[in-house]
Structure formats: structure tokens, C-alpha cells
Design a protein around this ligand. Sequence first.
Ligand SMILES: Cc1ncc(COP(=O)(O)O)c(C=O)c1O
Length: 417
Amino acid sequence: MNTQIEVEFGTPAESGMAAESGAAAESGTAIQSGAAIQPGTVIESGTAMESWLASRVAVREQRGIIRHDAQRNESMIDLASNDYLGLAGDQRLAVAAAEATTIYGTGARASRVVCGTTQAHLELERELCSLTGQETALAFSSGYAANLGVITALGGPGTLMIYDAHVHASIHDGIRLSRSPAISVAHGDLEAIRCALAQRTQPRAVVVLESIYSVLGDAADLVTAAALCAEMDALLLVDEAHGIGVAGNGRGAVHAAGLAEAGHVILTLTLSKALGSQGGAVLGPALLREHLVNTARTFIFDTALAPACAAAAAQGARIIMTEPQLVTRMHHNAATIAARCGIQKAPGAVQSIPVASSASAAALSAGLREAGVAVGCFRPPSVPDGVSRLRLTARANLKSEELEQAASLVAAAVRAL
Ligand SMILES: Cc1ncc(COP(=O)(O)O)c(C=O)c1O
């Protein structure tokens, strides 16, 4: 029997949850500012859940923010993925994964604290320490789980969380889950961080930044942020998802800033971008690792990372350490893309082009896709500052003719705007 329901807004999944950076995915803010379907609209449908699901589709359609699971098309030139060094298709990683699968099986079978830890996990953690210069590493099943795990384990009413408005969704979600008091500061605003730290009433504070921001492609000033945190007795948590394999000869921005041994600076990373695998990790002092093994729920109550992923990422880390020319090539390719598009090269692999409207950004990316080039397209509300962007990612293994063709097509499309 059909029922009539009133549309309600503001469910957790559609308000304040982020797409790439931490902005609202289908947020209440955008709905308040002009979605055609307003609270109180009556929609005819079946069960209460079906009615509600149908109402959500309608809202997304009205706002032009329907997402699809985009299939990978091998015939397209890829300026959209995060395989910065081309390691996801490297045979050496495939062999490492196959060997680990033969030895340990396809699945880890249990949580790390039950019996899911294998030599592949421990070897991965050793390699990540060698790569970043950190004392210890703890592998998680994803970068998302690593951020959730460390933030909830450090958070609570006695810990103030201060975070840049452009940090990734997983950091926003971790802060919410941690039930910590939290302050979001404008992107790159270290003075606002200082104020928040100076006025805090909580005994502990964590400042959360990304080393290289995933949509904007710019870099945080880690040296100043770390000095500020040291002065104000705060911990600095740096998400190196887009910095590892990219900044500082591949060893990451924290290492490049000379902060690898700073006890008050810790990092998270994903194994799924430059490292060419899947999974995540938290790195820092031994005391932190011990605390996470005992309290990080996404570590304790999650089946361990698949051994194949651990072995592939460990191989990726070894390659980054021994073949820094891959990092150099990726930067060279990024510089070519930036120069051809008339923008200044950003510090990492991500080159970001602001576009006047979300409609133009969508049209540009659709046109490029037609022409055989896949690029990222970020539009409000997925970007916290409301500026639509094309996100182009450089890879070390872009062939020169691919690079030339893709850069020309993107440059022509941007010029025609
Ligand atoms: C900055 C940042 N942090 C964390 C993650 C999550 O990593 P994973 O994809 O391994 O869950 C991502 C990935 O998109 C990211 O860009």
C-alpha cells in the first residue's frame, strides 16, 4: 500500500559527510539555499523506507549531484586516478601480492589482534618506517580506517580537535565519531589554529592537516604548524595520503620538513595512491602504536588488511626508496600539464583548475571524457569553498605522447571556457 510521507532533511549521510574533502556531500546547507524539494513536500511511494529513498533520489536529481560508480576505461588517458607513480600496474607489486597470497591465503582470516597478523603485515610496517623515518607504523585495512582509528583513539571530551576546512571526509568522520570538541579553521589559516589553541580549555589538543590537499593540490606549511603545536603543547596529525611517494623524494612532506623524528608529529597515509596497493597506516612513536592496538576500533574490530595488499605496498615502498627517478618523472609530467593549462604547478601530483560554475566544470569533464581523457570534477557541495574544480593528476608512467595529447586537449578545453 502506498503511503505519503513528508521529506525530511539532515540525515547524517547527507549532511556534513564529505565526498573528497570534508565538505557536505548532499549537505543541509545547500538544501537550505535553494533545492527545489523543500521539507514538507509530499512524495507518494511504497514502504516508509522506499518513500524516503525515493525522496533522496529526487533531491539529488534536483541538485544535479547524482553519482555513479565510474568504470575504469583502459582506452582513456587517465588524469583522474591516484596512481601517481604507476605502481598499481607494476609487475613487481603483482608478483609480491601473488607470493603473499600463496603463502598466507587470499584473506587475513581475522583481526590483527586475534590471529590476522602475518609476516607480510610486519614487513610492510618496517618498510613504511624506513620510507618515512617514523619510529613505528600500524597498518589498517584502508586510509579511511586509519584516520577514523587514530582520531577516535586520541579524541574524547578532553581533546580539542582543530582541523583545516579542506581535510578529507575520513577526518571529518573521525572527529564526529570521537565526540571531541572540534574547531574547523579556514584553509591554511595558521593564525586561527594559534587562536584556537591559545583559548582551549581542554588538557589536550590535536591539529589535523593534510600535507598535500586532495582537491586543491596545495601544501600545508608543516614547519610552522609543527612549531606552533610544539609551543602550544598540541599534537600535529598530518594526513600524507597525497604526500607519500610525492613530496620529499617520495618519503613524504613530514620527512621533507625535517619532522620525521618530532615526537609531537604523527602521520596517516593510504597505501592506495602512490604506493600502488590498498590499505592505510598510522605512523608515529611506539607509545602511539601501543595505544592504537589497544583502543583503535577500526584496528581491533576489523579484519586485517589482506596479506597480498600488505606485500604489494611493501614492494611499492621499496621501489620508492630505490627509484626516486619515478618521483622526479611524475613531477616533470605534472609541470608539463600545469604549464600547458596556464596554471602554476602545484607541489604534488594533483593539479587543480578552478572553473567558474559547476555546470561548466561538469561540461568540461564530460567533453574531455568524450575526447578520451578522464579528469576529476569537483563541484559544490563536495568542495567546502564552493569553487568548482577540474582535478588533473599526473602519473610517472604517462607516455610522452599521452601527456602531450591530454595536456593539449585539457588546455584547449579550458581556453574555450
Ligand atoms: C586525504 C585522504 N585521506 C584519506 C583517504 C582515504 O584513503 P583510502 O582510500 O585508503 O581509504 C583519502 C582517499 O581518498 C584521501 O584523499
